[in-house]
Design a protein around this ligand. Structure first.
Ligand code: 5GP
Length: 207
């Protein structure tokens, strides 16, 4: 297969189930590479440098921004996050599909750039359900939960320009929808045309 790698960009408000879905998708498609972002956020318990994120200082992050090292970057909840151009380029050139789990600002920046991508937005089934899930995590104080819900309202407004919407009411169904999107995108005519031409020739009639 000689096609270029596809960039799958996934965004969602916190509590929509994006982390679980991305993990399941990577397990299901082992050839799909998860893009490891750079962040100034300190590692959480159980996170590994170079696997979950590249954990770097604000100074290093600013230097990378100045060098133009990022395809996109954004400040989210007081920390900076960015996707390195080198990560995307090496996957594209190797024909390797890559999954980006990034916020709406970063996704919008990528959409505005000339980089081709498939943009997928994951939604919770309702604000009530989102609140219930955020409370169920038992990680945030009530005022933080309300702030996350207020942020979610703004983020969900961005859903209009994404290519695909997945409503995560039940995780297994949302997962099937995500798999279907990835499989269908891999079969799109323009992506496979050069491979088909290599195998079957130029398309000239045999008659
Ligand atoms: P967390 O700190 O919980 O891992 O991530 C917080 C938010 O930052 C999530 O919405 C996540 O998708 C987003 N994020 C992670 N990496 C990047 C990145 O490289 N760029 C942008 N714009 N957002 C990112």
């Amino acid at each position: 297969m000689t096609r270029e790698g596809i960039l799958f960009v996934i965004s969602a408000p916190s509590g929509a189930g994006k982390t679980s879905l991305c993990k399941e998708i990577i397990d299901f498609f082992p050839e799909l590479r998860h893009s490891v972002s750079y962040t100034t956020r300190p590692p959480r318990l159980g996170e590994t440098d170079g696997e979950d994120y590249h954990f770097i200082s604000r100074e290093t992050f600013s230097a990378m921004v100045a060098e133009g090292a990022f395809a996109e970057w954004a400040e989210v909840h007081g920390n900076c996050y960015g996707t390195a151009i080198s990560t995307l380029e090496s996957c594209r050139a190797a024909g390797r599909d890559v999954l980006l789990d990034i916020d709406c600002q970063g996704a919008a920046e990528l959409k505005k750039s000339r980089r081709q991508g498939v943009f997928i937005f994951i939604l919770p089934p309702s604000f009530d359900e989102l609140r219930r899930r955020l409370r169920g995590r038992n990680t945030d104080a009530p005022e933080i939960i309300e702030r996350r819900i207020a942020n979610a309202r703004g983020e969900i407004r961005e859903a209009v320009w994404y290519d695909y919407l997945v409503i995560n009411e039940e995780l297994p169904i949302a997962l099937e929808q995500l798999k279907a999107i990835i499989i269908a995108e891999r079969c799109r005519n323009p992506r496979l045309l050069s491979t088909i031409t290599e195998i079957f020739g130029t398309g000239e009639s045999d008659k």
